[in-house]
Design a protein around this ligand. Structure first.
Ligand SMILES: [Zn+2]
Length: 135
């Protein structure tokens, strides 16, 4: 492995190239795992790693809402003890006023139920928001 990875003629190739060079002349069981571990722990490769991805841009903040209930965030608190067939909470927060609405929901809360709860507890009182932020 040293000869096929560290020598000057090899030039610290990546895992696949090192494996190809070694398999030309040698074989042992689980050699791919050994070579992968060897290449991953090579100090020279770790110090001289070139980033091939484009640099990440700066974080872009969300636009600030101009009026209440224009933009909301929606998330779920799950894994709560079961009470009246509800073991999660749908949390809707107005991003302008930070007013939060906590709506009990079933354990899984499929999309139909989430939409029904959203209409009943949010749209009914404050109208349809422009944007909903959720993960
Ligand atoms: Zn190396």
């Amino acid at each position: 492995m040293t000869e096929c990875h560290d020598s000057k003629w090899a030039g610290h190739p990546g895992m696949h190239r090192t494996l190809a060079l070694v398999t030309d002349q040698y074989y042992w069981p689980h050699m791919d795992r050994d070579i992968e571990a060897y290449v991953k722990t090579c100090l020279i490769c770790q110090q001289d790693k070139v980033e091939t991805k484009k640099p990440m841009g700066l974080l872009q903040p969300l636009p600030i809402p101009e009026r209440p209930w224009e933009s909301i965030s929606l998330d779920f608190i799950i894994g709560l003890p079961n009470t009246d067939n509800c073991s999660s909470i749908m949390v809707v927060v107005d991003r302008f006023s930070k007013y939060a609405t906590f709506i009990p929901a079933s354990k899984v809360c499929p999309a139909e139920e989430a939409a029904r709860l959203f209409l009943k507890h949010v749209v009914k009182y404050w109208g349809i928001p422009k944007t909903i932020i959720s993960d």
